[in-house]
Design a protein around this ligand. Structure first.
Ligand code: AMP
Ligand code: MG
Length: 340
């Protein structure tokens, strides 16, 4: 585990707009849509395609993401997640291959994070949302009761992953920690299949880059400073890689002046309260980055960085509050991802 002083990063602070590539030239396009509760933008470049053809392909990539939203939304009655969560009579729920893929990843990260990442956290997420709206902390007795329904040992995939078998009836799945990253991966996969060699897909900070930017350089991606969102803490240089950040600064609620995270610690049933301000993961695919960002946010710096060091092809940068100071802590290979 490396502790990087603020001084090292000071030289890297620059406006985000500088780190992102502009799109004035003809064969490039940048489009933004509201999807999965966030702004999703796709920037693509292909000198062999007309701007119209490129825009059409980007539109189809958005269509792929919208399809994933329709499968994984907890509120749409036709979604796989909705059917899992509302299944009163049956324990065997057929799901689409995409949903199965995300659930498999969820079980994998549940296992490596020792339960810190747990998609059966649904009841607790609902409980704390209500609590935030009412401006009152949930009672311990209610937390304990809701926690009984939490634990990813409560489901498994069977029959070539086409069926979710519920081992507990009260299970409530929440794929909020993975679905965006997965949708970014599928959009990227679609564009690659269509022969696009240069693109950047950004779903509210869950980012995947294809190839190099239109200048023929690796993509520069700014990691925002959680203390001051107008500033960039680090600039990454990425090519065919993904990055995702979990933080307590964008989605949170406040009770009696105290800020509570939207990420729940499944061990306590309470919002994570471990001084981590943000955790950024660089990985090959965006679903892994998304899930591990949430997992390491829950685990905290010591266990979180240890987990990342034990895995191949992933790096982590955490910002941790230490009294009046902010410390940046990163995995041993993170520096190799920085734009120098
Ligand atoms: P992210 O913003 O990617 O860190 O994902 C946070 C979202 O994941 C929350 O809004 C919840 O929907 C869900 N979530 C919250 N806590 C957990 C957890 N411990 N494990 C898995 N998913 C979680
Ligand atoms: Mg996440």
């Amino acid at each position: 585990m490396k502790v990087l002083s603020r001084l090292i990063f000071a030289s890297l602070i620059c406006p985000l707009s500088i780190s992102l590539c502009g799109c004035a030239q003809d064969q490039s396009t940048k489009t933004t849509r509201l999807l999965m509760g966030t702004f999703v933008s796709i920037e693509a470049f292909d000198p062999d395609l007309s701007k119209k053809d490129l825009a059409d392909k980007v539109e189809m990539a958005f269509g792929e993401m919208a399809h994933i939203e329709s499968l994984m939304s907890p509120v749409r009655s036709e979604s796989d997640v909705y059917r899992i969560n509302r299944s009163a009579r049956t324990r065997r729920i057929p799901v689409e291959p995409y949903t199965a893929e995300v659930l498999k990843k969820a079980l994998e990260i549940y296992s490596v994070s020792d339960g810190a990442f747990d998609v059966t956290i649904g009841p607790m997420v609902d409980l704390w949302k209500t609590s935030g709206k009412r401006g009152r902390l949930a009672k311990s007795s209610v937390i304990e009761k809701s926690l009984k329904g939490v634990g990813s040992d409560g489901f498994m995939l069977e029959q070539d992953d086409s069926i979710v078998l519920l081992r507990r009836r009260d299970l409530e799945i929440d794929l909020g920690g993975l679905a965006k990253g997965f949708a970014v991966d599928k959009a990227a996969g679609f564009l690659k299949e269509e022969g696009i060699k240069s693109a950047l897909i950004d779903a509210g900070g869950d980012i995947r880059c294809i190839g190099k930017n239109k200048k023929g350089e690796p993509w520069s991606v700014g990691v925002r400073d959680p203390q001051d969102r107008t500033q960039v803490l680090a600039v990454l240089s990425l090519q065919d890689e993904s990055v995702a950040t979990s933080g307590d600064y964008e989605r949170y609620f406040t009770i009696d002046g105290k800020v509570y995270s939207h990420i729940i610690d499944p061990r306590s049933g309470r919002p994570v309260d471990n001084n981590v301000k943000s955790s950024t993961i660089v990985a090959k695919d965006c679903m892994t980055a998304d899930g591990l960002a949430t997992a390491t946010f829950v685990l905290g710096p010591e266990k979180g960085i240890k987990l990342i060091e034990s895995m191949d092809g992933v790096e982590c940068l955490m910002v941790v509050e230490d009294g009046d100071e902010m410390r940046s802590i990163c995995s041993s290979g993170f520096a190799s991802k920085l734009n120098r």
